[in-house]
Write a protein that binds this ligand. Sequence first.
Ligand code: ASP
Length: 467
Amino acid sequence: MLRTWIADSVHKVGEQITLQGWVHTRRNMGKLIFIDLRDQTGVCQVVFLPNHVEALTKAAELGNEFVVEIVGQVNTRPAKQVKADVITGTIEIEAFQLNIISPAATPPFEIEDEFKEEVNEELRLQYRYLDLRRTRLHRNLIVRSEFVRHCRDFLYGNNFVEIETPLLTKSTPEGSRDFIVPSRHYPGSFYALPQSPQQYKQLLVGAGFERYFQLARALRDEDLRADRGYEHTQIDLEMAFVQQADVMATVEQMMIQTVEAMGYTVKQKPFPRFTYAEAMAQFGADKFDLRTPEEKQSKVLAYAWVTDFPFFETTDDASTGSGWTFTHNPFSMPKAEHVDWLLQGKNIEQIITQQYDLVCNGYESGGGSIRAHQPEILRATYQVMGYSAAEIEASIGHMLEAFRFGFPPHGGIALGVERNIMNLTGESYLREVQAFPMTSQGRTAVMSAPAPITAAQLHELNITIQQ
Ligand code: ASP
């Protein structure tokens, strides 16, 4: 390819290069014109001088966000014009030729790093492809890509196998409402989009993939908040023949290796540990921020583990039958000394689960558990929650069946990618670290959904809409 990336142009002083990108800004100085040109790798200054009159004349037509090709020479800048904070701050491009590839209409808002005035969220999301041109958002997605790359590298280096699980699946109890997809072949029956790959990953471990991972999409129909959307991505993993300490050690190593490679500082290694009771007594919550005010200004990540959660809590939801529901994950294993209580259905409020949450800078950055791999333990969990034998069979009968065929002890975790990227970038809204997030009203970016479907589609699906 002919073009040089802008970030590489600093290494080409004295050479003639071809750049392609967007006009970030333009300054017309009368006899000369400066533009800042932007590509995926950065921004650099281009100068049009009267000695290349054709290019200079054309440059007068340029507006912000025009897509152009520039052939020019890389020159060093005089010492007093050097900009230390920009990667290309030591050079500028003297343009010989300008080719306007694609003109740009005036954008509905300025493409600048920080908005000078508040821009309406709906407008930003309607034109998300323009919003994403802003350096800050652009950088957030690059940080996200780097984070995932480092985690993947770690997992591949530690015998994990990356496996995808279905998106069209059966409702699985993860504590949220499901998104439902109607079936054309089975009128009146529905798929559910996965709230997590929880059961599939356990089944994969049973299938002999002793270390599984996936960048999994999780879909949950719950009320939207700054740090919660309908869709998010998890680094989802599961390991056979492990105890709680093994999963925690693996995740801790992955996080340290990843964030240190990205230039962040981990406040405390190994990560401090708190029981749920200690966290509640000390912080009044199970997620907390261990950074000092000074550390909040720098790239410090204060991780901590929280363990020893109560397995069950009471609920008003009449559908559970017994008044008890799980706090985190119904597939978890109680602490060894509490297994008998679970099997006998006694001291329910005192049963502690082998659940561990990873906390970082005030957010829950991940959560997982050692699972019940004996059918009688999982069955007992559902009995505590008031399920009848028939309801247990309908809900998790396939897991109980699978456990009969030589199932290894196992456990895992899911780390929320967005929450982790919010910590790495300092963003307080989930939408700033997703490419195409929903509006706070639950409408999609750029393409407006949910939207009605045609009468023919409804007919095919055997669905009638009540007016
Ligand atoms: N499935 C759990 C969740 O999505 C995570 C886990 O226990 O691995 O929260």
